[in-house]
Design a protein around this ligand. Structure first.
Ligand SMILES: C[S@@+](CC[C@H](N)C(=O)[O-])C[C@H]1O[C@@H](n2cnc3c(N)ncnc32)[C@H](O)[C@@H]1O
Length: 457
C-alpha cells in the first residue's frame, strides 16, 4: 500500500479488518502483522494503541458514526466501517495528532480498499470533526445514573455483559468493573527467583536501557514499560523473568511449600503458573504440566529450558482422562474460561464471548473438576482458578462441585501480596472463606477468581 499513509495506521487497519471480517484474535493477528512489517517501536506502539483503543470503544464509536451517517452501521462494508472506527477513535482520543492528517489517511486508505466510498468516509469524518464530542459529558457522568442501555453505549460493552455484571455485582461495583476493564493494565513479568532477586533483574534491565519497577502487587513481579518488546531482551533470553499478569502471580504461592511434592497443573499452557510452582519449590518438586494442545505443551518445555528448571515434565492430554498414573499432593485447575477479567488486555472478548459460551465452558470446567478430584491424594490440595468474572464459572461452579464431592472442603486463602493493606482488600469479599475474587479495579490487575480446597477423605 501507499507510503503516504502512516505505517502504524496501515498496520492497525490490517489487524482490525482481519478481526472484523475473519474473527481473528486481536493479540494473535497483531503479533503476526508486527512480525511481518518490522515497524519501529513507536509505530508498533501506535498501531497497538489504535487496535486496542478501537476494540475497547467499538460500541461508542459505532454510536457516534451512526449520528453522522445516512447509512446504518450494520449495512456498511467492513472496510469502510473499520476505517471510520479507527479514524474516529484517533479524532476523539489522540489530541496530539492533527485531524487533517487523520482524515487524509482515512480518505487515501478508502481509495485503496473501497474506492467508491472515499467521499462517504470523508463526509462522515468531516461532520464528526465539526461536532464537539457531545457524548463526552455523558461518558464522564456517573455510570450508576445511566440506564442500562446507555451504560452499554457510553462504557462500550454489549448489553448482555452490562446486564451480567450488574446482576452479579450490583450497580456500583458493576460500573467500577466496566470502567476498570476499559483502562490499560501494566505490562508485568515474574522474576525467576530460583536464580535472581527482583532488584538484580531491574538492574540487568537498566543496563539494557529498560526502566522496570517493582510490582506494587506481587513480591515476585516487576512492571515493564509499554514500548519495549520484553521477549527480545537479553535478560529474558537468560531466563531472568517470565511474562505474567500480576493476578496470575498470586496463584502458585497459594500451594505453600511444595518441595518434594508431586504437583499436577492440569491446564498448564503456556506454563506461567506451573513454572512459578517449580520456581517456588526451588526446582525440587515434581511438576507435571498437562495441556490439550501439543504445540502449547512445547511452549511449556521451551520456557522450562529457558528458565533452567528441570523439575517440569509436560504432556499433551485431555485433563479429563490423563494418561499418567498415580495421584498428586496438589492439583491446579486453571480452567479454560470466558476470560471476562482480561478484557482490559483483550478487549475483543467484549464482542467475541456470548452467554452460550459461558454455559459450555461451565460444563467443561465441571467435567475437569470431577475428573481431577479423583487424582488428589487424601490430605492433598485442589486449587481452582479462572480469569473470569462469572458466578456460573466461579463460585457456583465450586459450590456445585462441593455438593457432588463431600470429601473436599474449602480452605482459607492466604495471598502473598506486597502489603497487608492489599491483603485486607482481597479478604473483604462477600464469598465464603476459601473463595475470592480479585476485581480489576481493586489493584489495577486482570480480574481473577481463586478457590482452594483440600481432600479430607
Ligand atoms: C487459562 S489457560 C491456562 C493458563 C496457564 N495455567 C498459565 O498460567 O499459563 C487454559 C488452558 O486449558 C487448556 N485446555 C482446554 N481444555 C483442556 C482440556 N480438556 N484438557 C487439558 N487442557 C485443556 C487450553 O489449551 C489452555 O491452554
Amino acid at each position: 500500500m501507499s507510503g503516504r499513509i502512516a505505517k502504524a495506521r496501515l498496520m492497525a487497519y490490517d489487524v482490525l479488518w482481519a478481526i472484523a471480517k475473519q474473527g481473528a484474535y486481536a493479540h494473535v493477528i497483531l503479533h503476526e502483522v508486527l512480525d511481518r512489517e518490522h515497524p519501529t517501536p513507536n509505530d508498533a506502539a501506535l498501531a497497538s494503541e489504535i487496535v486496542y483503543g478501537v476494540l475497547t470503544w467499538q460500541r461508542l464509536l459505532d454510536h457516534e458514526i451512526a449520528l453522522h451517517s445516512k447509512v446504518a452501521v450494520q449495512k456498511m462494508d467492513f472496510q469502510v466501517l473499520v476505517i471510520l472506527r479507527m479514524s474516529l477513535y484517533q479524532l476523539r482520543f489522540f489530541s496530539r495528532v492533527p485531524s487533517y492528517a487523520i482524515l487524509s489517511d482515512a480518505v487515501e486508505l478508502t481509495k485503496q480498499v473501497a474506492f467508491r466510498a472515499s467521499g462517504f468516509v470523508n463526509g462522515v469524518l468531516r461532520s464528526a470533526t465539526r461536532t464537539p464530542h457531545k457524548e463526552s459529558a455523558a461518558k464522564e457522568g456517573d455510570c450508576t445514573q445511566l440506564a442500562q442501555k446507555q451504560r452499554g453505549v457510553y462504557l462500550s460493552f454489549p448489553d448482555w455483559l452490562v446486564d451480567h455484571f450488574t446482576r452479579q455485582f450490583c450497580d456500583e461495583t458493576a460500573c467500577e468493573i466496566m470502567e476498570a476493564l476499559n483502562q490499560k493494565v501494566a505490562r508485568t513479568a515474574r522474576v525467576n527467583t530460583t536464580r535472581y532477586t527482583p532488584s538484580e533483574v531491574i538492574q540487568a534491565l537498566q543496563e539494557e536501557g529498560v526502566l522496570a519497577q517493582r510490582s506494587p502487587v506481587s513480591p515476585y513481579g516487576i512492571r515493564l514499560p509499554a514500548k519495549v518488546n520484553p521477549t527480545a531482551l537479553a535478560a529474558y533470553k537468560e531466563g531472568m523473568y517470565t511474562l505474567q499478569g500480576e493476578s496470575s502471580m498470586l496463584v502458585a504461592p497459594l500451594f505453600g511449600d511444595m518441595r518434594g511434592k508431586r504437583v499436577l497443573d492440569a491446564c498448564a499452557a503456556p506454563g506461567g503458573k506451573a513454572l512459578h510452582i517449580a520456581e517456588l519449590a526451588h526446582d525440587q518438586a515434581e511438576v507435571v504440566a498437562v495441556d490439550l494442545h501439543p504445540h502449547r505443551v512445547q511452549t511449556i518445555l521451551q520456557q522450562a529450558k529457558r528458565l533452567h528448571l528441570s523439575s517440569i515434565q509436560a504432556f499433551a492430554s485431555d485433563a479429563r482422562a490423563i494418561a499418567i498414573s498415580g495421584s498428586f499432593d496438589a492439583i491446579l485447575l486453571d480452567a479454560p474460561c470466558s476470560g471476562l477479567g482480561t478484557i482490559a488486555r483483550k478487549p475483543d472478548i467484549k464482542w467475541r464471548v456470548l452467554p452460550s459460551d459461558i454455559e459450555q465452558l461451565a460444563e467443561l470446567q465441571s467435567q475437569l473438576l470431577d475428573a481431577l478430584a479423583q487424582r488428589v491424594q487424601i490430605g492433598g490440595l485442589l486449587i481452582y482458578t479462572t480469569c473470569t468474572l462469572s458466578a456460573r464459572e466461579n463460585e457456583l461452579q465450586i459450590r456445585e462441585f462441593l455438593r457432588r464431592h463431600s470429601n473436599f472442603q474449602l480452605e482459607p486463602l492466604h495471598f502473598e501480596l506486597v502489603s497487608d493493606t492489599l491483603c485486607q482488600i482481597m479478604q473483604a469479599k462477600p464469598l465464603e472463606a476459601g473463595m475470592a475474587y480479585l476485581l480489576p479495579q481493586e489493584l489495577g490487575t486482570d480480574g481473577f477468581f481463586f478457590a482452594k480446597m483440600r481432600r479430607v477423605d
